[in-house]
Design a protein around this ligand. Structure first.
Ligand code: ATP
Length: 956
């Protein structure tokens, strides 16, 4: 939003792409900061200033501070060059650079000088200096924010650094004299101007920083301008063109004046000089010999009646003679005569005023404004600006200081004032001024930046706004120029010269028609620290500017263009002539006639056309190439994608097939185990039941010697193996049921044996009963036992039927499991099987209970028999294989304490036949080895467990 608004302010398009926006950020940030010369230092500006500083020091710094959220550097650094200056480069700024001003054109940085003025007496008394300005070395200045400054407040909030470092081409401290400063700054410029170059020097600084002192001077300390004038005229001594018939017009053209015009020019000059002389004498008379305000202090310059001592002093402030002067015009073109013309105007509230228009006494009350126009080459010039030919430095100064005084009194440096000196280089053979070259030296004293908030009245506020607007525009122009220079790969940015009068007037010096140099004035007072800081930031951009190509470069370029166009014979002669000229002397664009320039333009047009066509062809081929490459990439991507998709699909399918298979296997295994367990359980129960039933008739048996190895594991492994091999076919059910059927048959046979044995025993028992003539209760007991046995047999039959049903159900479940893995159906089948098994369990439990009851009855019966034993007649021979022979000592009193299930069934049933020998029961060959007895032996060791839950669901 911030940038959007700024762009609207700047008139930039708002539909920029993000990348473009970021590219523009730097410019905008700088523009925002450059708006600060108004002195309105808000907190936001301080934040923006930090952005600016980082930008100036390092292009990446902008993102670093503002956008990437990097921490604020403690010290900001602003340098004229992005790269550190090498010592080689520094040494070049000396005498070596003289005479080679153009050799590195296009790469040399714009010179920015800093001048720190000393404190005045008043300021010293006020205790102004608080150590906020340090000269680190001749090129580096350190600023440290004083306590009450805005900058310090911002620094305390962490939004701006409180120490700033600026680097300049050269820093001149308070002790630097006017002469020294002139030599460092203006001397070379004067030399270049006399050689035909255009030069601009402009001073910038806050109010009361010493700009006027630097340009004009004070008292006997002459400033840069009077020194430059003196230097020029001394160097041109004896070479001046005294006639007034050649006059500079438009931007940089010369016009031949007719006699009446010459006369008019002479009258104007006389009037100005006379007026100046009279005003000076008026000024001097009441003030006596002390003419401070208008006195240049330079010997020979002032036309006013100075005292003798002043003149002497003035003479002593003589400019140091340079090489050109000593050689009596050495370095100047031979035979060329020079005509010097001066103009002076100001830009006040964005209006141009001619300060040489007419003597003040002749001026109407309301001053006329001047208009800016463009010549046929598009160069701006001030229409109707007064140019006065001067024959000496005194004449030039006699006009200008007078106007300076007026100007100062009138506007008090609230305008930008520009003094220009045009030197016509007149060749004696050139008729009517043809081929006359013009060079120009301009000195611009920019208005000081001021705080708008201190300008309470409307007029002052307007002045300050206009000053700041023009300075802001100057800053934008410099920024745009710098961007164009530093980023040649991008299309050039439009430099907004037309946005203010000041930049439009100075445009030529920034766009190749000459060179500029900036002088920054500061005062070391703590009270103006914030304004000083802003002024330095403003100047920091200028330090990064590079001089544009000089006029000579342009001339050479035009010549090269014309050389390309040599096909036409008549043109070649012309070019030869021009080449001869060029060998002779380099000139500026005015040396070409219009035909040659038009031809050059045609060549350029053709070149533009050719390049455009080339670009179009290149673009078309690039587009085609990009399209085909993109298509290739897209096709490759499609293929890769479909391949990946197929692979993924196959993988997923395989994974799920494996999962299903595993699930089926695990289900099969689970239900096979379940079936096996059930089978075994049923078999065990059946066997137990048979054994129980058999034991009713069987004689007491000795405990089984050692239980045979549990066939359960073998059976299970056998069944598992058969299950795994038999897979899901129905054959698995037959495989499972075959051994079961055989066993059942076997059991049935054994059961029949047991039954027969039981019947035999029953008969024997009845015989005994008959012998004993037992009372009724015994018969009742026997009947109860019989009844119970019958019940047990019924239960057994029932159990068998149930078992068959369960087997069928389980087989059906097995088939369902293997055929269809549908969980629901499987669960239903399992539920049914579970129910059946539960019922069977219940029936078994009931059967067990019945057996227990039978056992209890039998025990009672046995007890009764034991009581009746002494009453039995000894005549009766013992039956073969009776209990007496088998021995049942272990079933004595100890046996009574055992659990009914754990006591030997037949021993408890027939205790009378238990052998009397002690020790563990021994399995004798005579012991009955019925299936029931065999089944009973392991049961005696392993009591029947309660029915386990039949269902263990698999969680999946
Ligand atoms: N280098 C210097 N040596 C001694 N005194 C100086 C120097 N520079 C400036 N001064 C003094 O500082 C005061 C202010 O200078 P000056 O009037 O030139 O400032 P300014 O920037 O032109 O102000 P304004 O913008 O208001 O015109 C003057 O009294 C001047 O004599």
């Amino acid at each position: 939003m911030y940038f959007y608004n700024q762009k609207k302010l700047e008139g930039l398009p708002c539909d920029l792409q993000p990348s473009t926006v970021f590219a523009k950020c730097e410019v905008i940030a700088m523009a925002v900061c450059l708006a600060s010369p108004c002195g309105l230092l808000s907190d936001e500006e301080e934040g923006g200033a930090a952005v600016f500083e980082s930008t100036a020091a390092d292009v990446g710094g902008l993102m670093g501070t503002r956008f990437l959220g990097a921490t604020m550097p403690e010290v900001s650094l602003i340098s004229p060059s992005l790269e550190p200056q090498t010592p080689q480069r520094e040494t070049k700024s000396g005498a070596d650079r003289r005479g080679s001003t153009e050799e590195d054109a296009g790469s040399e940085k714009v010179k920015v000088y800093l001048r720190i003025r000393p404190l005045t007496e008043v300021e010293k008394e006020r205790g102004e200096q608080q150590g906020c300005v340090f000269m680190q070395d001749k090129e580096t200045l350190m600023l440290k924010a004083p306590k009450n400054s805005y900058n310090m407040k911002s620094a305390e909030r962490g939004v701006a650094p409180n120490v700033h470092r600026f680097t300049f081409s050269q820093i001149c401290g308070p002790e630097t004299s006017q002469q020294e400063f002139y030599e460092r700054t203006m001397k070379d410029m004067v030399r270049d101007v006399l050689r035909g170059e255009n030069r601009l020097l402009y001073t910038y600084g806050v109010t009361n920083s010493g700009k006027t002192y630097t340009v004009q001077g004070m008292g006997r300390e002459a400033g840069l301008l009077p020194r430059a004038l003196v230097s020029v005229f001394r160097k041109l001594q004896g070479r001046l063109y005294s006639a007034v018939d050649l006059k500079p017009v438009l931007c940089q053209e010369v016009r031949w004046l007719n006699s009446s015009e010459v006369r008019m020019e002479e009258i104007r000059r006389d009037l100005l000089l006379k007026e100046e002389a009279s005003s000076s004498s008026q000024n001097s008379r009441p003030q006596g010999s002390v003419s401070v305000s208008c006195d240049s202090g330079i010997g020979g310059l002032s036309a006013t009646s100075y005292t003798a001592s002043q003149m002497e002093d003035s003479d002593s402030v003589c400019l140091e003679a340079d090489g050109l002067y000593h050689s009596g015009g050495e370095g100047l073109e031979d035979g060329v005569r020079f005509s010097v013309w001066v103009s002076f105007f100001e830009i006040y509230n964005e209006f141009l005023y001619d300060l040489l228009e007419a003597p003040p006494s002749l001026q109407p009350r309301k001053r006329a404004t001047l208009r800016l126009s463009d010549d046929r080459h598009g160069n701006p010039y001030i229409k109707d600006l007064t140019w006065v030919q001067v024959q000496s430095a005194e004449e030039a100064w006699s006009i200008c200081p007078q106007v300076y005084c007026t100007h100062l009194n009138h506007n008090s440096s609230r305008s930008h004032s520009i003094f220009s000196m045009r030197i016509l280089h007149i060749h004696p053979e050139n008729d009517c001024g043809k081929g006359t070259r013009i060079s120009e030296l301009s000195v611009c004293d920019l208005a000081g930046s001021e705080r708008c908030k201190e300008q309470r009245s409307g007029e002052r506020m307007k002045e300050a706004n206009n000053i700041n607007t023009s300075l802001h525009t100057l800053g934008r122009c410099i920024t745009a120029l710098r961007n164009n220079q530093s980023n040649r790969s991008r299309p050039p940015q439009v430099v907004p010269f037309r946005d203010s009068k000041l930049t439009r007037v100075l445009q030529g010096f920034f766009s190749g028609r000459g060179r500029s140099c900036m002088v920054v004035n500061i005062n070391p007072c703590a009270s103006t620290y914030d304004e000083t800081l802003q002024a330095l930031k403003f100047s920091a951009i200028a330090t990064q500017l590079v001089h544009g190509p000089s006029t000579k470069t342009r001339v050479a370029y035009i010549r090269s263009l014309l050389r390309e166009n040599q096909q036409k014979p008549n043109e070649s002669t012309l070019i030869e002539e021009e080449e001869e000229d060029s060998d002779e002397e380099e000139g500026d664009i005015t040396m070409f006639d219009s035909e040659a320039l038009l031809r050059a333009i045609d060549v350029l047009k053709g070149e533009v056309q050719r390049q455009r066509q080339q670009q179009e062809e290149l673009e078309a081929s690039v587009r085609e190439q990009v399209c085909s490459e993109m298509m290739e990439i897209i096709t490759r991507m499609e293929t890769d994608f479909s391949e990946t998709l197929d692979t993924q699909r196959a993988l997923v399918e395989e994974r799920y097939e494996n999962k299903i298979e595993n699930l089926q296997k695990s289900l099969k295994r689970y239900y096979s185990q379940e079936l096996e367990e059930r089978d075994e359980q049923i078999a065990r129960l059946t066997a137990e039941l048979k054994e129980r039933r058999g034991s009713v008739d069987a004689p007491p048996v000795t405990p089984a010697p050692e239980a045979p190895p549990n066939p359960e594991g073998l059976r299970r492994s056998r069944r598992l193996a058969s299950t795994s091999f038999s897979c899901s076919s129905s054959s698995s059910s037959s495989t499972l049921s075959l051994p079961q059927t055989g066993e059942l048959d076997k059991l049935r046979v054994e059961l029949e044996q047991c039954r027969a044995e039981l019947q035999e025993k029953t008969q024997e028992l009845r015989r005994y009963q008959g012998l004993l003539s037992l009372p009724a209760p015994t018969g009742t007991l026997t009947a109860a036992v019989d009844r119970k046995l019958e019940e047990g047999q019924r239960g057994l039959r029932q159990l068998r039927a149930d078992l068959q049903r369960v087997g069928v159900g389980l087989q059906a479940a097995e088939r369902a499991c293997c055929r269809n893995t549908s969980g629901e159906r499987l669960r239903q089948a399992l539920g049914t099987a579970d129910d059946t098994l539960a019922k069977q369990d219940q029936a078994l439990v009931e059967l067990q209970n019945s057996l227990l009851l039978v056992k209890m009855d039998l025990r009672k019966k046995t007890d009764s028999l034991a009581q009746l034993q002494p009453l039995r007649p000894l005549t009766a021979p013992p039956a073969p294989g009776s209990c007496r022979k088998r021995g049942c000592e272990g079933a004595g009193p100890n046996a009574e304490n055992l659990h009914p299930e754990k006591r030997p069934f037949f021993r408890s049933l027939f205790p009378a036949r238990t052998p009397s020998r002690k020790g563990p029961p021994v399995h004798t060959p005579s012991s009955p080895n019925t299936p029931y007895a065999r089944a009973l032996r392991p049961r005696q060791q392993t009591p029947l467990t309660s029915p386990s839950p039949l269902r263990r669901r698999v969680n999946y």
